[in-house]
Design a protein around this ligand. Structure first.
Ligand code: NDP
Length: 334
């Protein structure tokens, strides 16, 4: 599907951050966007803004943890426009902090929104794709689906789960050559997402210096709608994490553990918050979280040399690590 004009694109988590940027990106290309999230008013305003860009737009308030609501979202898209060309599973959230310190319902909610929400999306979209003989399912996973992030255990579980789910589905559908299952793995992105997640660490959270724009991910979705690929990284840190974890899972986990523990040790105290997990916040809907402006980060891309260095370092560490673990596994005398 090279020309996106009049294509029907369903986007979950459209009210904020990456989903909002994606709504604009597809509307600019003349797509008919079907916008889903919990906040009805934010979606109605967004639909108006998308129409001004030249696209058609339909707002369908939806909680993705409710399978029947996701089914109703698919039906609304079909009844309005007669088909579904692209379905983007993007709604997501998380809990940051020691696993045992967060109320269990927040972990449950993280799994329900990220993993089950994505599974319900696929369940609702696939019958349309199969009937049409074509369609593209795009799931926004995360660097966290390739390498585990400490103090984000439920988030990591949900994103590892989504990676397995989409990989399995892709092979299941392999005989349908015009049905595609694409998985997207962004590095850190400048969105309001950190404020919307829960933070029980008692410390401020920071994106770090390598922050991508929500529009970078949105353009990746647009590219995938035109040229589907199985798995795509957004930003070199995501690719580096993938390669490092594949080459050397032990050292990569170890390094991530050291990095995040030491960042937490240095972070300022902050109140504990449950973010928007139980109910949406009343903040002004926007795509950017303002991180790049505050940090004066123009673009994270020029640092790709550092990415190569990280991968190389992980490979070297892997060799050392393997040498150590194999001597432990086969002690003297064997
Ligand atoms: P935002 O918080 O800005 O956006 C999250 C969106 O999900 C909002 O539109 C929110 O809308 C919606 N949402 C949350 N809960 C539900 C629910 N129960 N039902 C329906 N919609 C819901 O965060 P981001 O844009 O950063 O996150 C978007 C996706 O990108 C997530 O899957 C995230 O894991 C992933 N990602 C983000 C990265 C980052 O650094 N920001 C990096 C890698 C991946 P509402 O509150 O109105 O329901």
């Amino acid at each position: 599907m090279r020309d996106l004009r009049n294509s029907v694109v369903v986007i979950t988590g459209a009210s904020s951050g990456i989903g909002r940027a994606a709504a604009f990106a597809f509307a600019e290309r003349g797509s008919r966007v079907v916008l889903a999230a919990r906040r009805a008013e934010a979606l109605a305003d967004l639909a108006r803004d998308c129409r001004k860009l030249g696209g058609e737009a339909l707002a369908v308030p939806t909680d993705v943890t409710d399978a029947s609501a996701v089914e109703a979202l698919a039906s609304a898209a079909y009844h309005a426009y007669g088909r579904i060309d692209v379905w983007i599973n993007n709604a997501g959230t998380g809990v940051f902090g020691p696993y045992q310190d967060a109320p269990l319902d927040l972990h449950h909610r993280t799994i329900a929104v990220n993993l089950l929400g994505g599974m319900y999306g696929a369940y609702a979209a696939l019958p349309h794709f199969l009937r049409q003989g074509r369609g593209t399912l795009i799931t926004n996973i995360s660097l966290g689906g390739w390498a585990p992030a400490p103090f984000a255990a439920a988030y990591t579980a949900s994103k590892f789960g989504l990676r397995g789910f989409t990989a399995s589905l892709r092979q299941e559908l392999r005989r349908h050559r015009d049905i595609h299952v694409c998985s997207v793995f962004p590095a850190m992105v400048d969105t309001p997402g950190l404020d919307h997640g829960a933070n029980v660490s008692g410390r401020t959270i920071d994106t770090g210096p390598l922050v991508y724009a929500p529009e970078d991910v949105a353009e990746t979705f647009v590219h995938l709608a035109r040229h589907p690929h199985d798995e795509v990284a957004v930003g070199w840190p995501a690719r580096a994490a993938q390669v490092a974890y594949a080459l050397a899972p032990g050292p990569t986990e170890h390094l991530m553990g050291i990095a995040i523990h030491s960042a937490l040790d240095r972070a300022n105290p902050a109140p504990r918050t449950h973010g928007a997990l139980r109910a949406p916040l009343g903040d002004t809907p926007r795509a950017s979280g303002g991180w790049r402006a505050r940090k004066g980060v123009p673009s994270a891309r020029p640092l790709s040399v550092a990415g190569a260095a990280l991968v190389g370092g992980a490979a070297l560490l892997a060799l050392g690590w393997r040498a150590r673990t194999s001597s432990r596994e086969y002690p003297q005398g064997r």
